[in-house]
Write a protein that binds this ligand. Structure first.
Ligand code: ADP
Length: 396
């Protein structure tokens, strides 16, 4: 049984076709520059195929994806009918969705209804769904929400300390994101530790371009660092994370810029890019800090300090900590950042094994045998999680 996983952004569409018998990836790829010109990268075990090809909209991009999957040379299926189901990444499910669901007309309307909470993400996610519906009518499609895993958070974790009317009227509260990733690595951690998830207190650290931490107690999200939008929490590649809310008005007045421009500044020109003035990419930051760039050093220090601080906070919130899990681009690859973060946490019983920490590319325990708190590196796999959820929702 084959499941197609779709992650549609405003001008891009990522896809993966998985064989759910053994969870192997048959093909994966990316359509970029949709609505501009169009570029396809399609990968199978036969190799990589790239093409510059017109993609005026997502439906056109989807047609190209299906053509690539069916192609005589670089295709992996003979007929569209081999695709049993489609799983879609949907960024925001608001309070309406605490789990993945089959997309019906009502679900589509409900996703649309929460779009004002994620105006840059939900509309393109729906466009991806509609493109698939157009090309594969009758094939069941499932929505897997970034926010769903965090719907188990208690009120004390998701309420902001603002007028309660604002929560009731506009649903302003913490939702959290990266839920699919946090859920996946928490499950994998339990397997690696050979203990049931129900008895584990974990902090999962998704450190990529976007950064969020999650307190996972007994397999459930009980707190997470991103908020109503992905801007809250840690210092990220280009997002500021936590700041004094009064700074927003102050910047607007001092810099004579609009609310929209300030929002752009905090989302796209802040974080480690803003501090360093060098890059949002940790490979560039490491190189710059090694050649003595003070602002690059400061950016990395702020980043690690905040991650460590949130881990401490979540250890307190859960009143315990069994393991810390590092995942995503930085978490999986940057042993220097892992070392910096863990150096703050020795009091908790964290102790890294430097040789283990230097390894890469596999799920592993990087703490010493004596350490009280385990530290794990687990490569995330959001596409697999989406495919698994799709299979579960459809009872396949
Ligand atoms: P996204 O949030 O877009 O999915 P990723 O999880 O792919 O992002 O993470 C991207 C980030 O990971 C890059 O911006 C870079 O900072 C970091 N990264 C990737 N590879 C390495 C590496 N080898 N060393 C350090 N950082 C890395």
């Amino acid at each position: 049984m084959y499941v197609l996983v779709i992650n549609a952004g405003s001008s891009s569409l990522k896809y993966q076709l998985l064989n759910m018998k053994d969870e192997s990836v048959l093909a994966k790829g990316l359509c970029e520059r949709i609505g501009i010109d169009g570029r396809l990268v399609h990968e199978t075990d036969k190799g990589k195929h790239t093409a510059d090809t017109a993609m005026p909209d997502h439906a056109a991009a989807m047609a190209i994806v299906l053509d690539s999957l069916l192609d005589a040379n670089h295709g992996v299926i003979k007929s569209k009918a081999e695709i049993t189901a489609v799983g879609h990444r949907v960024v925001h499910g608001g309070e309406a969705f605490a789990a993945s669901v089959l997309i019906t007309d009502e679900v589509e309307a409900a996703i649309e209804a929460v779009s004002d909470l994620a105006p840059l993400h939900n509309p393109p996610n729906l466009t991806g769904f509609r493109a698939c519906k157009h090309h594969m009518p009758g094939v069941p499609q499932v929505a897997v929400f970034d926010t769903a895993f965090h719907q188990t958070m208690p009120k004390k974790a998701y309420l902001y300390a603002i007028d309660y009317d604002l929560y009731e009227k506009h649903k302003i509260r913490r939702y959290g994101f990266h839920g699919t990733s946090h859920k996946y690595v928490a499950q994998q951690a339990a397997i690696l530790l050979n203990r049931p998830e129900s008895e584990l207190k974990l902090v999962t650290c998704h450190l990529g371009n976007g950064v969020s931490l999650c307190a996972v107690d007994g397999g459930e999200s009980v707190d997470t660092s991103m908020g109503m939008t992905p801007l809250e929490g840690l210092a990220m590649g280009t997002r500021c994370g936590d700041i004094d809310p009064a700074v927003v008005q102050f910047i607007m007045e001092k810099e004579c810029i609009s609310a929209q421009q300030t929002n752009d500044l905090l989302n796209k020109k802040s974080g480690v890019l803003g501090i360093s003035g060098v890059s949002s990419d940790f490979r560039d930051l490491s190189a710059a800090s090694q050649s003595g760039n003070d602002r690059a050093c400061a950016a990395m220090e702020v980043f690690a300090y905040r991650v460590a601080g949130y881990i401490g906070r979540y250890a307190a919130c859960m009143n315990g900590l069994d393991a810390i899990i590092f995942t995503a681009g930085i978490g999986e690859n940057d042993c220097g950042i892992r070392e910096k973060v863990c150096a703050y946490l020795t009091w908790f019983g964290v102790e890294l094994d430097p040789a283990q920490n230097a390894k890469r590319g596999e799920a592993l325990d990087i703490s010493t045998p004596e350490a009280k708190v385990r530290v794990l590196v687990i490569p995330t796999n959001e596409e697999l999680m989406i495919a698994r959820d799709t299979k579960t929702v459809l009872n396949l």
